[in-house]
Structure formats: structure tokens, C-alpha cells
Design a protein around this ligand. Structure first.
Ligand code: HEC
Ligand code: HEC
Ligand code: HEC
Length: 339
């Protein structure tokens, strides 16, 4: 498929709405209410949430409502190993041509730009920058992710049991660093969790525990909460790029390629779903009806969803083919007239 730089067209509206709604709307209210003391202007976190999270996402992974409308999508900082501090400062100052990343130099002064870049680096890029955490992430990926999942949510094994998620409220309370050092070193008798004292050096055990403790347990939210705070979008918007989908062709494609995960009824219970850690989207639930408009479906199908098994179909389908299947999903499962 041909690559497109920023093509907003039809979904430009979603985008403007997003900004008005979540970004600038809220923060100007806070400022107006003078709840915030002056120096907060130089607080990197504040600046990020005010100006950047609308595109780069609350977790810095580029997953945001706005990303539905942007090609290329906003940068995922958590894997951006090519980004030096200087390069980031330069981009934020001058923008990046051909993308939605505009220059901030008229809105932020150099000190504020440094502050927000340092926040991004400290909050989202630690596992790239900090050698101990980087090695912890590697050890985790090689030894632990098969059972605990990439994000630490826990993966079901053959007997049907799932290790509990590292970021459930109870885990956050109970799993101190000391306790984890102990269970990773010696194992947990009576469970599939074996001791690693023979397989990993003490240094690597420490690194992987630090990774769980300071990254997975901090950056992740309990399953469910993330979707709950998705805001409703305009469900009447057309496909991007003035495409008009062919429902009949879309149905054929869906039944042949998507139903295996999402189910023929769109309920997320296709034959493959059972084996997956993050379940395919159920198109029949309430949150789908308020968030999955045509541009959102088009974008999800094109780009896939990082961190889930939802593939990026943009690599194999034309835009017209994506519009066809997106139109089918919208009309059959999502749109109010479907019920
Ligand atoms: C309108 C959406 C949007 C907003 C708002 C936004 N960005 Fe971006 N950002 C993007 C896009 C799109 C890219 C380009 C992705 C690519 O080229 O892969 C990007 C890229 C970047 C990059 C990587 C640049 C590079 O050289 O590859 C940095 C750093 C960055 N943004 C920081 C920020 C910061 C800090 C803010 C807030 C002050 C911000 N962005 C606000 C959309 C946005
Ligand atoms: C074969 C599957 C499997 C592998 C591989 C595995 N674990 Fe576990 N792990 C479990 C199970 C099962 C439990 C216990 C059940 C639970 O916590 O719900 C557990 C529990 C834990 C706990 C909580 C211990 C406690 O005190 O409650 C930590 C921490 C942990 N694992 C870390 C790791 C790390 C680090 C690795 C890799 C070096 C790893 N696990 C590899 C299955 C596994
Ligand atoms: C290998 C399994 C798999 C296949 C095949 C698959 N999906 Fe998905 N899909 C997922 C998963 C997993 C999610 C993520 C669910 C979540 O976390 O919300 C998802 C999410 C979605 C979403 C919601 C996006 C969002 O922003 O929440 C849409 C729309 C979607 N898929 C459409 C499709 C269409 C159309 C096809 C066929 C062209 C398809 N999917 C094929 C697994 C799959």
C-alpha cells in the first residue's frame, strides 16, 4: 500500500474535536481556575499532559484517540531507541516535516521544551536509556514473558491457570521488591514458578525484578480501565480519504480473515480468541458503539494495535479493501441501525 503522510481530510473533524475536548479544553479550565501555581508551567509532566498526550498517548506509546486520524501515527516513545535528547529537543522545537508533529517554539520556551523532553525520557524511555532496566527487559522477554505476558498481565497455560497480573491492585500491594527477589530466586512451591538461581546470575535476577517493579507495575493499568475512559466520538463521520466501502466485498473478507478472531457474529469469540492473552474486540459491546466510528475502524485495521494480536492490514491490503471491510464492520455490528 502506498504510504501517506498526514492526510486528514474527512477525519480532520475528529481530530479537532479531540483537541477541544480533552487537551486544551481541560487544561485551560484548570489554568483559568488558578488551581495551579505558576512554576507548573515548567513541569514536564504538566506540559506533556497539556500538549503532547493527546497524540502520543497517556503511556507515551503513541496510542491515543488522535492516532486514529494520523498517518504516520504519533511516535511510540517506549521503543524509540534512536532518539537522543538533542534530537528530541530539535524535533519539538522545529517540528518534523510531513507529519502531524508541528513546531512548538512559539508556544513553549526552550526551558519548557527541555522539561517536557526530560519528562518523556524519564517516564517512557527508561528501559531504553537505563542499562539495568534494559537488561531486565531482555531477561524478562527471554525467560518470563511466555507465562507472564509481555506487559505482565499473565498468560493462560494448558491447564487453564493464569499467573496473576503484576499490576492488579492486590499484586501492587503484596509484591515488594524483596518478596519478588526471593520468589524469582527460589521459586514458588506448588506453582509453575520455578527458581532461577541456577539459570540467571544474581545481577540478572535483580535487573528483571527491577524491571517488573519499576516499569511493568508502574506503567500499566489494570485491564479494563483503559477502555472505560475512551470518550465517545462522532459516529456519523465518513471513511477517510473519501473512500466508500463496498459492504458485500467487505463481508467476504471479514468472514475469511477477521472472523477467526472477532467471530462471525462480531462478538470477539472467534475460534482463535480462546488462545489469546488480549481478547479481540467485541464489536457488540457499548464501548464499541460509542468509539468505533468509520475512521477508527479504518485506522485500527490499517495500523493494527501494538501490544495486541490485531495485525496491521495496511501492509497487505489496499485502502479500498480496508474501507470495504471497515464499512462492513460498521454497518453490521456497530451502527445504531444495526440493532
Ligand atoms: C498532533 C499530534 C501530535 C502532538 C500534539 C505532538 N506530537 Fe510529537 N509526533 C507526532 C507525530 C505524527 C510524530 C512523527 C512520527 C514519525 O515520524 O514516526 C511525532 C514525533 C515526535 C518525536 C520524535 C521525532 C523524531 O525525530 O522522530 C518527538 C520527540 C515528539 N514527537 C515529541 C512531542 C512532544 C514533546 C510533544 C508535546 C510538546 C508532541 N510531540 C506533540 C504527533 C504529535
Ligand atoms: C512456566 C511459567 C512461568 C515462567 C516461565 C515464569 N513464571 Fe513467574 N510465576 C508463574 C506462576 C504460575 C506464578 C504464581 C502464580 C501467581 O502469581 O498467580 C508466578 C509468580 C511470579 C511472581 C510473584 C511471586 C510472589 O511472590 O507472589 C513473580 C515476581 C514472578 N513470577 C516473576 C517471574 C520472573 C522474573 C520470571 C522470569 C525470570 C518468571 N516469573 C517466569 C509462572 C511463571
Ligand atoms: C489474530 C486475531 C485478529 C485478527 C485476525 C483480527 N483482529 Fe481485530 N483485534 C484483535 C485484537 C486482539 C484486538 C484488540 C482488542 C483490544 O485490546 O481492544 C482487535 C481490535 C480490533 C478493532 C478495535 C480497534 C480499537 O481501536 O479498539 C477493530 C475495529 C478490529 N480489530 C477489526 C478487525 C478487522 C476488520 C479484521 C480483519 C480485517 C481484524 N480485526 C482481524 C485481534 C484480531
Amino acid at each position: 500500500m502506498k504510504m501517506h503522510y498526514l492526510r486528514l481530510h474527512g477525519d480532520f473533524l475528529v481530530w479537532v474535536l479531540c483537541l477541544a475536548w480533552i487537551g486544551w479544553g481541560e487544561s485551560s479550565f484548570v489554568l483559568a481556575a488558578e488551581l495551579v501555581p505558576q512554576p507548573i508551567e515548567f513541569d514536564g509532566e504538566f506540559i506533556y499532559k497539556d500538549h503532547c498526550s493527546v497524540c502520543h498517548g497517556d503511556h507515551g506509546d503513541g496510542r491515543s484517540r488522535a492516532s486514529n486520524s494520523l498517518v504516520p501515527p504519533p511516535r511510540n516513545f517506549t521503543v524509540a531507541s534512536d532518539l537522543t535528547r538533542d534530537k528530541m529537543i530539535a524535533t519539538v522545537t522545529n517540528g518534523k516535516q510531513g507529519t502531524a508533529m508541528t513546531s512548538w517554539k512559539t508556544q513553549l520556551n526552550p526551558k519548557q521544551i527541555e522539561a517536557v523532553v526530560d519528562y518523556v525520557r524519564g517516564r517512557f524511555m527508561r528501559t531504553i536509556i537505563d542499562r539495568n532496566l534494559a537488561s531486565g527487559r531482555l531477561v524478562y522477554g527471554h525467560n518470563c514473558a511466555t507465562c507472564h505476558g509481555e506487559q505482565g498481565h499473565g498468560v493462560k497455560d494448558q491447564t487453564g491457570t493464569t499467573p496473576r497480573s503484576f499490576f492488579s491492585p492486590s499484586a501492587k500491594m503484596e509484591l515488594t521488591r524483596e518478596r519478588m527477589m526471593n520468589s524469582v530466586t527460589h521459586g514458588l512451591p506448588g506453582t509453575a514458578m520455578e527458581g532461577y538461581s541456577e539459570k540467571l546470575s544474581a545481577e540478572h535476577i535483580e535487573a528483571v525484578v527491577d524491571y517488573i517493579y519499576t516499569v511493568l507495575m508502574v506503567d500499566n493499568v489494570s485491564p479494563g480501565t483503559e477502555k472505560a475512559d475512551k470518550l465517545p466520538v462522532d459516529m456519523n463521520l465518513p471513511m477517510p480519504y473519501r473512500l466508500v466501502g463496498d459492504v458485500r466485498l467487505g463481508e467476504q473478507f471479514f468472514m475469511g480473515n477477521c472472523a477467526t478472531c472477532h467471530g462471525q457474529l462480531g462478538n470477539g469469540q472467534g475460534p482463535r480468541a480462546y488462545f489469546m492473552a488480549s481478547k479481540p474486540r467485541n464489536f457488540l459491546d457499548d464501548s464499541s458503539h460509542t468509539t468505533l466510528n468509520r475512521p477508527a475502524i479504518f485506522s485500527a485495521v490499517t495500523l493494527g494495535l501494538p501490544g495486541t494480536e490485531m495485525p496491521a492490514w495496511g501492509k497487505v491490503l489496499s485502502e479500498q479493501e480496508i474501507a470495504n471491510v471497515a464499512e462492513f464492520v460498521f454497518q453490521r455490528f456497530i451502527s445504531p441501525s444495526a440493532h
